[in-house]
Design a protein around this ligand. Structure first.
Ligand SMILES: Nc1ncnc2c1ncn2[C@@H]1O[C@H](COP(=O)(O)OP(=O)(O)OP(=O)(O)O)[C@@H](O)[C@H]1O
Ligand SMILES: [Mg+2]
Length: 278
């Protein structure tokens, strides 16, 4: 896999506050990466370093080989790697959904037919075709967040970085937004870097990175990372609810696999036990 995002020995400080130290990291084209870490561990700082909102205090960040500290590359870097933030209200700029989504491509100076196509594609990708003429402020939080994602998609980025995109949403909004993120990755091959406090969202990624004390302290598949509940707790994190439940069921004597991280896996295992009993 070609690496689309690369950190080489990156450190970052806000004044005397050293937030990230000697970070090396790569995200391959088409990869779905989740980033975890306790509050203040530097996740948002890491996200902002990717598309040049922040520049490393030392070390280098490359997006598709472009150095984020090269000002002449900044526009291309931001076209390649788009950002979605936690609060959808801060990301919506227009009074009609389709105008909001068209905003960024219009600023690229694309011709109207191309913009129309991109807006239609983006709105379809997030499942909001019925709301194209609506006022964004009348939409639910989850719908607004999908408008924000569509706005980034209209730039046709190869990578989307999402910083706690579901933090302000209800369960239904969260699940619809996560569905969109998974589809963009699996069907369109867009590289995803998802920062989240929800372990069940991280379980959907190809790989998980955990930040602690300014360093990457875990880098592995969800099954590897979530296999050690004690370790997760010591990092100020948890395992997905279904993993917790499974471990408790194992503790009370049920012969289940100890690496379950998706609800469907638990259901399958329970059904197998039931079948074996009858
Ligand atoms: N603009 C800023 N100026 C000074 N210090 C900052 C600034 N932004 C963040 N920090 C500090 O840098 C550290 C890392 O912050 P960051 O926002 O990257 O953490 P985070 O992992 O995203 O946290 P959270 O889970 O709460 O979103 C914290 O100690 C924070 O107080
Ligand atoms: Mg943050």
């Amino acid at each position: 896999m070609n690496s689309l995002i690369r950190f080489e020995n990156v450190s970052f400080s806000y004044g005397t506050n050293n937030v990230l130290e000697n970070i090396d990291l790569e995200a391959g084209e088409g990869e779905f990466l989740a980033v975890l870490g306790y509050n203040g561990s530097g996740k948002s700082t890491l996200a902002k370093l990717i598309n040049g909102i922040l520049l490393p205090t030392s070390g280098k960040v490359y997006v598709d080989g472009m150095d984020t500290s090269d000002e002449t590359k900044l526009a291309d870097i931001r076209k390649t790697a788009g950002m979605v933030f936690q609060n959808p209200d801060n990301q919506i700029v227009a009074t009609i959904v389709e105008e909001d989504i068209a905003f960024a491509p219009e600023n690229l100076g694309l011709d109207p037919a191309e913009i129309r196509m991109r807006v239609d594609d983006a709105i379809k990708a997030v499942g909001l075709e019925k709301h194209i003429k609506d006022a964004p402020h009348k939409l639910s939080g989850g719908q607004k967040q999908r408008v924000a994602i569509a706005g980034v998609l209209a730039m046709q980025p190869r990578c989307i970085i999402l910083d706690e995109p579901t933090a302000m949403l209800d369960p239904k909004g969260r699940s619809l937004v996560m569905g969109v993120i998974e589809r963009l990755n699996r069907e369109k091959g867009i590289t995803i870097i998802l920062i989240t406090h929800f372990m069940e969202e991280a379980a959907l990624a190809d790989r998980i990175l955990i930040l602690s004390d300014g360093k990457i302290v875990e880098n592995g598949t969800p099954k590897q990372v979530f296999s050690d509940r004690e370790r997760m707790l010591s990092l100020g994190l948890e395992v997905p609810p279904v993993t917790d439940l499974t471990l408790n069921l194992i503790g009370s004597g049920l012969p289940l696999e100890n690496d379950i991280i998706h609800p469907e896996e638990l259901i399958d295992s329970l059904l197998r036990i039931k079948e074996a009993e009858t």
